[in-house]
Design a protein around this ligand. Sequence first.
Ligand code: ZN
Ligand code: ZN
Length: 239
Amino acid sequence: MIACSCEVCTSTDKKDNRLRSSILVQSATTTLVVDSGPDFRYQMLRQKIKSLDAILFTHPHKDHLAGLDDTRAFNFFTKKPMELYADSMTEEAIRREFYYAFSSTKYPGLPELNFNTITLEPFMVGDIEVTPIQVWHLKMPVLGFRFGKFTYITDANRIEENEKDKIKGSEVLVLNALRKQKHISHFSLEEAIDLSQELKVPTSYFTHISHQLGCHGDIENELPDGIHLAYDGLELNFS
Ligand SMILES: [Zn+2]
Ligand SMILES: [Zn+2]
């Protein structure tokens, strides 16, 4: 966190050095990212991502879409617009916050963006099947996404029973866990552990972690079997 000198923010453990939450999902032929937060540009540079087919959005909060302008680098190389998959609430926010990209007078260097409106119906991005899962971020509906055996959920504090069914059977679940103290719109560490165990997912990784949670090494040691803290650059492979 900017201007903070707590033990997490001054830690020399790379796993305590966290950028905004996002994941990249890749098959043999398709690459997509979930959310383009303020760190999107640096994340793409750091991971040396040379091609990106689509961006899926969970919800319209700024820490999940502020980096969208930098998709223009991909536009430059592919000469194609970036395909965005968002529900109508998030599309409206993107059209408002990046209004210049949608104006009738185009000038060079604008990001080129093409919306694909999604609902709770499964959809395909290239050869990747995506199942949206609706979760609640206080009063805001947020989309989680299931890709085969892998489910990614961020910015939730509640999931309804019928949507929990969509997660069951996943081999790996990524779930948000902000800190130990309760929070109004994010799962706490204990709530995230309880939910992972309730859903009987063999392996869970927690993300969207605040510096208030404590150092990675300390918390990792306290977690039950099969539950871990995610960290920037973590890679998972599925056959
Ligand atoms: Zn949020
Ligand atoms: Zn967030």
